[in-house]
Design a protein around this ligand. Sequence first.
Ligand SMILES: Nc1ncnc2c1ncn2[C@@H]1O[C@H](COP(=O)(O)OP(=O)(O)OP(=O)(O)O)[C@@H](O)[C@H]1O
Length: 627
Amino acid sequence: MIKHTTLIFAALFLTTIVLLAVAAPMLPLVDPVKMDILGRMAGPSLAHPLGQDEYGRDVLSRIAFGARASLGVALTGAILAALVGVTLGLVGAYFQGWAEQATMRPLDVILSFPPMLLALLAVTLMGPGVQTLSVILALLFAPTYARVTFGEVLTVRNQEYIEAAKALGHRPTRILARTILPNVAGPILVQFSLVVAAGIVLESGLSFLGLGVVPPTPSWGLMVRGARPFMEANPLGLIWPCVALVLTVFSINRICDAMRDLFDPKASAAVLPVSRLLAGTGIGRSRARPAAPAAFDGTLLDIRHLSTEISTPRGTIRAIDGVSLQVKPGEAVALVGESGSGKSMTGLSVMQLLPRKVGRIADGEVWYASRDGQRTDLAHVPANLFRRFRGREMAMVFQEPMASLNPVYTVGFQLIEALTAHGQMTKRDAWDGARRMLERVGIPDPERRLNEYPHQLSGGMRQRVAIAIALCGDPSLIIADEPTTALDVTIQAQILDLLEEIQAAAGIGLVFITHNLGVVAEIADRVVVMYCGQVIEEGPVDDIFHNPRHPYTRGLLASVPRPEDMAGQHKRLSSIPGTVPSPLALPPGCRFAPRCDHATSACVVAVPELEAVSANQNTRCIRWKEI
Ligand SMILES: Nc1ncnc2c1ncn2[C@@H]1O[C@H](COP(=O)(O)OP(=O)(O)OP(=O)(O)O)[C@@H](O)[C@H]1O
């Protein structure tokens, strides 16, 4: 209640002051520079409602005209500084490297100059005046904005919703303006209110030195300075400009606070109870898998001997090493393996979303067949041309939907962004399209949900929205990186059903990255088992589950609880002994040998090749026939 009252007061006060400043020359006010020696420091009267100053000038008139200079200088300076500083901070933090040097280092130079020296330099070059003051303020405050923005962007730039925006094929300028900027707007707005306040105060100091507003032109700062020596004889002369200053600064602060809340919907919106959010999420779909339409005969994705390197402070590692796998249209291929085995890096390499600067495809090919039948080696598509594949041809669903959705935009806005990313649409069509996408992923009451923010949805619904966004570009391939790991078990099952249903109905090729072999059995047609960046076994789900040939696959399967274990038939779950070796110190020969019960001296001689076990199954173990 108090919060709202202060906001209304702030808005009214600021509007009045701004109107007063704009309309001052048209109002029936006394000439603000006209002196009246007989009326020096006279108290309020009908002719002078706020009294007269040390030269007998009308205080009300000087407040109104003074607002023009003070607010004009402070607001212009703060806005100019924000435009320059925020742009440089965004570009420097997002692109880093040379962009950081080009944007942030010149600002460091400006910061190292004493402010007064800068002010004198500007006055020497431009002459004193209101415009010069605005430029000085912009120069002084742009580095502060840039630093605040730079720091904020660094904290959000690795968030999954930024990766999700890239995965949709958005341009960097669009990502900066529409995805990152709203998420860092809060601290920038706070900075803005501080800069306006500091600007008003600085204006008075610089005007006093003859570097800004030239007397007798009124400004609030000059009024404070003029009234100070007479504060005992005429306290009102000091109080009025101070009241105007304090209330203006307070109002700007309050309005900026409210705007910050607006940009951070979590701070203002009421969070709905989870039970209500979970109601009617569309549980209980049939598990029967419809036959995938034979949309395309060949392979949709054909990864051949793909190796990806990452530079780390301790040396370059091969995050994936010679990975080959194929995905057909309508086929679901699961990538499984312990943490660090290279599953995510495989997905990110295909999408060209490797960690900036440090990650690169070192070797291999990634053949992708577009809808028109054209095959492209994605590993060799330049980064600036790759955008046309993301979103439209292939999409990505991430693990944590709260992180992959942009927290400051409604569900509807984000869906419309995705729908319009690759083509123009009318607002009405985009809204209808967004509603249909929500219906498609089984979200009840889609019209209402379109107006809600991600934090107002349950985890399961958020993931449905993330899937809907991925589907907006009608992709042929979806890479889902542990899309159910962050969800509880019942919701996991619903999301799996949904993915399975959509993928099979639309003939989409699905690469499903997971730790969970239970999930693999549920969704996948084929399994690719990875260890230390290599594929160590692959084949159809049934073959891998019933006839695993690699000791590592066996170990993984033995560590999965089965229904009979739960039912009390005491079969001990085994875990694989030892830990995954560091990619910086890989063992010679078979990478699993140090943890393998069946390893012999022959296993450490050379890295085993993938060997065909049957027409469909391959394994990377030289002893598979014996064990
Ligand atoms: N940004 C990074 N910087 C340095 N090394 C990385 C980075 N990301 C991944 N790696 C390394 O690359 C290798 C493969 O990692 P990746 O994330 O693909 O494994 P994963 O199988 O997906 O694991 P998880 O299941 O934990 O996600 C690991 O050795 C990992 O430490």
